[in-house]
Design a protein around this ligand. Sequence first.
Ligand SMILES: NCc1[nH]cc(CCC(=O)O)c1CC(=O)O
Length: 313
Amino acid sequence: MKKQLIIGTRSSPLALWQAEFTKTELSRHFPELDIKLKLVKTTGDVLLDSPLSKIGDMGLFTKDIEKHLIAKEIDLAVHSLKDVPTGTPEGLIITSFTEREDTRDVIISKGGVKLKELPANAKMATSSLRRMSQLLSLRPDLDIRDIRGNLNTRFQKFDAGEFDAMMLAYAGVYRLNFSDRISEILPHEVMLPAVGQGALGIETRVDDEQTREIVRILNHSNTEYCCRAERALLRHLQGGCQIPIGAYGSFQNGTLKLLAYVGSVDGKVGLHDEITKTGLTSPEQAEEAGIALAEKLLAQGADAILSQIRKTR
Ligand SMILES: NCc1[nH]cc(CCC(=O)O)c1CC(=O)O
């Protein structure tokens, strides 16, 4: 049995919250383990001034940590699952999907007004094409502005008065104790979340069986079914985090329900579809459902929408 574990993490407040959470949970189950954090600076942290949607490259927040994992400088990496590309590098694997937080997105606005009540042409801060597409489909008048930096930085920018509103994931806002700033929690009918939103992905080397056995204690089976279905959908549509795709899986008593959205950046075209599969007994079957829903969307023209976006970015 291992005596020491090193967790690799970014150093943003949310990443640290996630790594500390993982450390605390592992210590609770394995009190004899000596667990340390190793902070890793990633390309995503360095490129703070480039609009996220234009950097294009996938895995900005994860690749550099993965290098440390491959080099055996760390034993596990803790990521926000939604930042983890669906093609995991050779030799690495997401061993655990932790229990999801509320997956919805939220709006923080001046005066606490709701999305529908925002003034015409209001400045809305988000760097996510997924949020932009769904927002513009409801409110084509919104003036969408890029915003970068970690959550605390974004609140600072918002408080400096640059925007009328900004959009964030509930999970991060809640974990960093900003919940009292939420003006509206958007239901899935209005805004489908990013694939994997709200869950942590705990990545290990495939062949490090000891670490995998330890880390597996944090896997939440229900979350794994849902997130593997969502990730299979995204992989099949060949979309990274910077493509306007939203998805939400729910799983109960062997029945998986998966909802998905694919839209154009301007919100003028949007496809919604869903799939329900019963009698599932393995996460691989959930992945098959994700692929089947991706096929349904492709048959309705998702490929045309997505190739148009890839061409212009
Ligand atoms: N891309 C940045 C990112 N990665 C994970 C979260 C929040 C936590 C989560 O959604 O799991 C955020 C911030 C946001 O989108 O508001």
